[in-house]
Write a protein that binds this ligand. Structure first.
Ligand SMILES: Cc1cc2nc3c(=O)[nH]c(=O)nc-3n(C[C@H](O)[C@H](O)[C@H](O)COP(=O)(O)OP(=O)(O)OC[C@H]3O[C@@H](n4cnc5c(N)ncnc54)[C@H](O)[C@@H]3O)c2cc1C
Length: 546
């Protein structure tokens, strides 16, 4: 299935849209350590309700900030010394191949995977990202909330080294009390933390480099790239797709919007010129977290009215009554085990997630509701959508509404056929519909198109397809959700990084074994070492014997 995609030109993606109260934040504007104590301020500027709990430290004297920065630097260097150097690259090179591993996506996932491979001694790893330096991932571009939606205590890219974790970073710069006072991690603090992590672990990407096409060549992969505007082909043994929520089919756009010109609508996955919405009437389709965040930012930028349409009868948020899940869903304390569950359980987990409404953080709801111009419509959707006199006209129940602009907060879809770089190979990739037949009444179209992944996140071939190379493509994006029982790419999915790293290392290790070299080693004559260390004892005994 192909469809017209709402893709934003890369040049637009490169320009972050600062929110009110946020200073535009680029990593090349400042050192990573210097002034980092103040970096948490930007993400909080516009949230009056959060200002108290998150107590920004922008008034801290420069000397204190500099001291904190030095402490962080010293602490990190000490921890890295104790952890020991990264092991030497043990992977036997394959002649004529450019890379052992290419990771597509320098967001939090790709960065963490690159770090994991480094700590495993896997060399010749290339991390690429189409974004400008400092703009990889979503946190400074299309994420618009003030704070992360996930709890502040989750582990992230640091894997087994807590000193590289966000808590150590934040506490060292701002003090333990400041961390305790946080509700959740401020979004821009998280972005700054990731920049710092990239810097101290040496995992910055090769930016402005986009994967266009994957072309198999035996078990190798020829990657067609656009690197700084130049087309080139590079070969790799392993490929990791850490290309984010939109990386397996793109944003989910309602049909009725796709028919309209793109200057009257967008999706929350694109950068939005909110300042152009001042005085305008905006429709928002969907009532998830990103929809609420976009509505709030539009209102903060002076939108006259924002009308949000939710086809469900309620908006879910944490704290609502919810039945507890069945015990066979997987144990919450071992989330990395969900892959091991039987297919039927993984399928039902997906069904229950698909049927449930994703909950919205209360502060995201409040941020929009605080404006008089905000209207929420339950059990509502738009129909008969058309364009007239530059306005979007739509029916909502019995009424007709006119909007200057419409924003779709309708999430992402899985459709490997719509992912440009998979165009030549997607037909060979096994989907859940190829490997699993749901019980009666449990059919689900959205689930059936998910790739059925192997234990190392690798694609598997459809039956009858000779596509052995697929075992070398590891899918670490939203399409892995069904196989791994969680949205892959989210911070909670960090628990899966070691599994992926181990799988890649294992494959390269097995491939690196050289039986001929082993035989040469075994057959080589033993050359005795210099007897100098025990020479005296030999001489003594010889003298006695004489
Ligand atoms: C608005 C929003 C808010 C979220 N909030 C939270 C949250 O609070 N907590 C949480 O746990 N999760 C959250 N998530 C989910 C998840 O954590 C984020 O999507 C996160 O950014 C995923 O990280 P990633 O590295 O996997 O992908 P991304 O951050 O999306 O990074 C993917 C990278 O791949 C690059 N790329 C894509 N295609 C190509 C290509 N062909 N060639 C080269 N480069 C390419 C992109 O430029 C991008 O830099 C949120 C998601 C969204 C959309």
């Amino acid at each position: 299935m192909t469809e017209k995609r709402n893709e934003t030109p890369i040049s637009d993606l490169d320009t972050p849209v600062p929110e009110p109260g946020e200073a535009p934040c680029r990593i090349d504007r400042r050192g990573f350590f210097r002034g980092a104590a103040m970096l948490t301020v930007g993400g909080l500027g516009a949230t009056a309700g959060l200002a108290q709990t998150n107590a920004p430290r922008d008034s801290a004297p420069a000397a204190a900030a500099a001291a904190a920065t030095e402490r962080l630097q010293a602490q990190t260097q000490r921890a890295q010394r104790w952890a020991g150097r990264d092991p030497a690259d043990w992977v036997r090179p394959r002649p004529g191949v450019d890379h052992n591993v290419v990771i597509v996506g320098g967001g939090q996932s790709g960065t963490a995977i690159a770090y994991g491979l480094k700590r495993m001694g896997v060399g010749q790893v290339e991390l690429i990202d189409q974004a400008e330096p400092g703009q990889a991932g979503i946190w400074r571009t299309i994420a618009r909330m003030h704070q992360l939606r996930t709890p502040k205590t989750l582990t992230g890219p640091e894997q087994d080294n807590p000193i590289l974790g966000v808590r150590a970073w934040y506490e060292t710069l701002n003090g333990p009390d400041a961390f305790d006072a946080l509700d959740r991690i401020p979004r821009l603090a998280w972005a700054d933390y990731l920049d710092w992590f990239r810097q101290v672990t040496g995992t910055a990407a090769r930016y402005r480099t986009r994967l266009l096409e994957i072309e198999p060549q035996g078990d190798l992969l020829r990657l067609h790239l656009d690197s700084e505007g130049v087309r080139r082909v590079e070969t790799t043994r392993k490929l990791v797709l850490a290309n984010g929520y939109a990386g397996a089919g793109g944003p989910n756009v309602p049909e009725f919007l796709r028919a309209l010109p793109t200057d009257v609508w967008t999706h929350t996955a694109s950068p939005i010129r909110f300042d152009a919405l001042a005085g305008k009437v905006v429709g928002v389709v969907g009532a998830g977290s990103s929809a609420f965040d976009a509505a709030a930012v539009a209102l903060e930028n002076g939108a006259a009215e924002v009308h949000m349409f939710n086809r469900r009868s309620y908006v879910d948020y944490p704290g609502g009554a919810r039945p507890s899940g069945p015990t066979d869903r997987g144990h919450a304390n071992v989330p990395e085990m969900t892959y091991e569950l039987p297919d039927v359980v993984r399928w039902r987990n997906f069904l229950s997630g698909d049927r449930r409404v994703a909950s919205v953080p209360p502060d995201s709801i409040q941020r929009a509701v605080a404006f008089d111009g905000f209207r929420l419509y339950l059990n509502s959707s738009l129909s008969d959508v058309a364009l007239a006199d530059g306005k979007v006209i739509a029916r909502v129940g019995d009424a007709t509404r006119r909007f200057d602009y419409v924003i779709a907060g309708t999430g992402y879809r899985i459709d490997l056929a719509a992912q440009p770089e998979l165009a030549g190979i997607h037909e060979s990739i096994a989907r859940w519909s190829d490997r699993y037949e749901p019980e009666r009444g449990e059919d689900n179209t959205a689930g059936s198109v998910h790739p059925y992944l192997g234990a190392g996140f690798q694609f598997l071939p459809r039956e009858g397809r000779r596509a052995d190379y697929l075992r070398n493509i590891h899918c670490f994006n939203l399409a892995a959700e069904l196989s791994f029982g969680k949205p892959v790419g989210d911070i909670p999915s960090s628990v899966e990084h070691p599994r992926l790293v181990a799988a890649i290392a294992r494959d390269l290790y097995v491939e690196s074994v050289d039986p001929a070299a082993q035989q040469r080693f075994i057959n080589a004559p033993m050359l005795p070492a210099d007897p100098a260390p025990y020479q005296k004892a030999l001489e003594r005994r010889a003298r006695e014997a004489a």
